[in-house]
Design a protein around this ligand. Structure first.
Ligand code: P6P
Length: 342
C-alpha cells in the first residue's frame, strides 16, 4: 500500500491512501477509523499509568473536574463513545459496558459500532496486556424507521471494518476493511500510530495451542482428544505443540495472527454457550483472522455466519491457522454422537 519503501506512514495517512483507492468513498469510514485511533491513544496513555492514577478500580473519589473516578474500562468506554459521537457518522454504539443500545447524537448516522472497550481489564492489576475491540456495520434499510436493537443484529459477514488495540509492551492497532489486515505501532514520542505491518498472512499451520486447561473436565470428548493430539510426540509434524494462554483474548489472538496456531474458548459447565461475546469479541477478531488467511468456527459453523439473536450473546470459538482449526473440527465431528464428555 505504501508508496515509498521505508517511509514512515501514519495511521491517518494510511487510511487516506486506502480511501483514495475508492473515488466514490465519502471519507466517513476513514473519519470513523481515525476517531477510534484518537481514543486509542488516550486510553493507551491511561492504561500505561493506571497504577498511579486511581484507575485500577472505582474508589468513589472525585477528580479535579468533580467527576467520579471511573474504572479503566468505563474510562475506555467513555473515550471511545465520545470520539464516535463527535463525528456524527455513527448512529449507535453497543458496548460491553452498556446493557442496551447507546444512541448517539446523530440518529441519521450510517454506521453502527460494537465495542469491547477494554477486554481483559482484570489483567491490568497484574500488568498483563489488555485490549480494545471494535466492529463496524452499516445501518441497513428496514421498514421500522426508528433506530432499535434490530438494526444491530447483523451477522459478522456484514461487518464493513473491524479491529483491535493491544495495550502491551507497545500499543498496536490492527484493523481490516476487508482488504487484508494491517497493524500500526504507537510512537508515544510523536503521538502517532506508525505502520508496522502491512497485510498480515498467518501460517496455514501453527504449533501453538491456546486454551484454559482449567476447564478440561467439562470439555467435549473430541476437544480432549484434540488437545491430547497436540501434546503427542511427533517431531516430524512439530508435535508436541507449545501451550500459550495469556487470558486476554486480544493478546492471544494477536500472537495467533503473528505466529499461527489455534485459540480455543469452548462451551463449559460454567459457560454452556461459551464465555466470549459474539458481536464484540468473536466477530471482529474472526473477521481479522479470516482476512489474514485463517479460519474461525463455533465448533460447527463459521463464526461470521451466525445470525445473532441478542446483542450480548456468547459463543464457543475455535480460531486460528486453517489447518489447526480444520483438525479440531475433525476431532469434534468424529467424537460427535459418542458419550461426549467421558
Ligand atoms: P478465562 C478476559 O476476561 C476474557 O474476556 C478474554 O479476554 C479472555 O480470552 C477470556 O476472558 C479468559 O477467560 O475463563 O480463561 O479467565
Amino acid at each position: 500500500m505504501t508508496d515509498e519503501p521505508n517511509k514512515l506512514v501514519t495511521l491517518d495517512e494510511y487510511i487516506i491512501q486506502a480511501q483514495n483507492r475508492f473515488p466514490g468513498a465519502t471519507g466517513e469510514l476513514s473519519q470513523l477509523l481515525r476517531d477510534i485511533g484518537l481514543a486509542a491513544k488516550i486510553i493507551s496513555r491511561e492504561v500505561n499509568k493506571a497504577g498511579i492514577t486511581n484507575l485500577l478500580g472505582a474508589d468513589g473519589s472525585t477528580n479535579i473536574h468533580g467527576e467520579s473516578v471511573k474504572k479503566l474500562d468505563l474510562f475506555a468506554d467513555d473515550q471511545l463513545i465520545s470520539a464516535l459521537d463527535r463525528s456524527l457518522i455513527t448512529c449507535m454504539v453497543i458496548s460491553e459496558e452498556n446493557d442496551g443500545i447507546v444512541r448517539l447524537n446523530s440518529e441519521g448516522g450510517k454506521y453502527i459500532v460494537y465495542l469491547d472497550p477494554l477486554d481483559g481489564s482484570s489483567n491490568i492489576d497484574v500488568n498483563v496486556s489488555i485490549g480494545s475491540i471494535f466492529s463496524i456495520y452499516m445501518r441497513q434499510p428496514r421498514p421500522e424507521k426508528s433506530l432499535n436493537e434490530n438494526d444491530a443484529l447483523q451477522p459478522g459477514t456484514h461487518q464493513v471494518a473491524a479491529g483491535y488495540v493491544l495495550y502491551g509492551s507497545s500499543t498496536i492497532l490492527a484493523y481490516t476493511t476487508g482488504l487484508g489486515v494491517s497493524a500500526f505501532t504507537l510512537d508515544p514520542g510523536i503521538g502517532e500510530f506508525i505502520l508496522s505491518f502491512d497485510d498480515y498472512k498467518l501460517p496455514a499451520h501453527g504449533t501453538i495451542y491456546s486454551i484454559n486447561e482449567g476447564s478440561y473436565n467439562s470439555w467435549p470428548r473430541g476437544l480432549k482428544e484434540y488437545i491430547k493430539y497436540c501434546q503427542q510426540e511427533d517431531p516430524e509434524n512439530g508435535r508436541p505443540y507449545t501451550a500459550r494462554y495469556i487470558g486476554s483474548m486480544v493478546a492471544d489472538i494477536h500472537r495467533t495472527l503473528v505466529k499461527g496456531g489455534i485459540f480455543i474458548y469452548p462451551a463449559s459447565s460454567k459457560y454452556p454457550t461459551g464465555k466470549l461475546r459474539l458481536m464484540y469479541e468473536c466477530n471482529p477478531l474472526s473477521f481479522i483472522i479470516e482476512q489474514a488467511g485463517g479460519m474461525a468456527i463455533d465448533g460447527k459453523q463459521r463464526i461470521l455466519d451466525i445470525q445473532p439473536t441478542s446483542l450480548h450473546q456468547r459463543t464457543p470459538i475455535f480460531i486460528g491457522s486453517t489447518e489447526n482449526v480444520e483438525k479440531v473440527k475433525w476431532f469434534l465431528e468424529r467424537a460427535e454422537g459418542g458419550n461426549d464428555t467421558d
